[in-house]
Design a protein around this ligand. Structure first.
Ligand SMILES: Nc1ncnc2c1ncn2[C@@H]1O[C@H](COP(=O)(O)OP(=O)(O)O)[C@@H](O)[C@H]1O
Ligand SMILES: [Mg+2]
Length: 297
């Protein structure tokens, strides 16, 4: 039995087909401790969203299980809050009603004004205090995503599952919400599992970054420790000597090794190698090549 708060065990997803079954990923094993912030990075199509949806209880794996807090996670639960890649709000409800909906379900004994005050507070946190009574169709894409973020946070789930939540936001808003996320996370001891394609975002936020090989038959090859002290500041983090070691390590994985290690035998089955680039001196001091990296994902 695993002692982790969240334990993904032997997960695989296969789409059967007449010609040849498509094995999206196989033997994925992930352990997350309580209060940990874990990011996962991998090329498009390797199965990140599928893994997150299985953890949310919204998708059924071909094999394997997800255990949270000692119980198998089957079906959705208020203990697991999800922010999807493409914001999924109820279009007929206002921003405030979209957030209140979950808050009411979470704390049924609360009065209407308590529910609304709590929900408004989370909407203000993401900068939407002036848009409480607007419907999704009246909000920009970035604003809708902020409503989904407020909705997930407002119910204080034990596990926050975030699928590229900041992808649609402009840089300024993204930075503001990343800071809010870290603030809420450090205050509430919530556990976070987040998909991102942004290496710098992962280094700023995560305790560990999981690296997935390319599909088909993708797997989690490595768990990279982000051993930079907290609190981390986006302005000064780049001055830490460990920063570029970690960044280069992650970029190198995405550009080169995610492909080299792909395939069913690439990474030694379901085992995940633990690495700590900032302290192992196993990465060069060369500056990363953002253009090559961007071209590769
Ligand atoms: N119904 C389906 N039939 C066949 N393949 C599918 C189906 N749904 C998803 N896939 C495949 O599953 C893979 C994983 O998708 P996804 O989890 O969204 O990846 P990621 O989030 O890493 O980009 C993709 O390669 C996609 O083509
Ligand atoms: Mg995805």
């Amino acid at each position: 039995m695993s002692s982790h708060f969240v334990s993904v065990e032997g997960l695989s997803k296969v789409y059967p087909s007449k010609a040849r079954d498509l094995i999206v990923f196989e033997d994925v094993n992930i352990g997350i401790d309580k209060g940990e912030f874990v990011c996962i990075i991998g090329h498009s199509g390797c199965g990140k969203s599928t893994i997150l949806n299985v953890m949310a209880g919204l998708e059924i794996p071909s094999s394997g299980t997800v255990i949270m807090d000692g119980k198998e996670a089957t079906g959705p639960s208020l203990d697991r809050g999800v922010v999807f890649q493409n914001y999924s709000l109820l279009p007929w409800l206002t921003a405030l009603q979209n957030v209140s909906f979950g808050v009411k379900a979470r704390w049924p004994q609360w009065s209407r004004s308590e529910v609304e005050a709590h929900s408004s507070r989370f909407l203000s946190m993401v900068g939407l205090s002036k848009s409480l009574h607007q419907k999704p169709s009246e909000l920009s894409g970035g604003m809708r995503q902020r409503v989904s973020i407020a909705r997930a946070f407002a119910t204080s789930p034990k596990l926050l599952l975030l699928d590229e939540p900041f992808g649609a936001l402009d840089a300024l808003t993204r930075g503001m919400i990343q800071d809010e996320l870290i603030k809420i996370w450090s205050e509430t001891q919530q556990t976070v599992f987040m998909i991102t394609h942004d290496v710098d975002e992962a280094i700023l936020l995560a305790d560990r970054v999981l690296l997935m090989t390319n599909g088909p038959s993708a797997h989690v090859a490595e768990s990279v420790k982000i051993s930079l002290p907290r609190p981390r500041d986006r302005g000064t983090i780049i001055d830490d000597p460990g920063y570029y070691k970690i960044r280069n390590y992650l970029v190198n994985f995405l550009v080169k090794r995610s492909g080299e290690l792909s395939g069913s035998n690439g990474g030694g089955g379901g085992s995940t190698r633990q690495v700590d680039p900032a302290n192992e001196g196993n990465s060069s001091d060369e500056q990363p090549q953002p253009a090559a990296y961007r071209a590769a994902i």
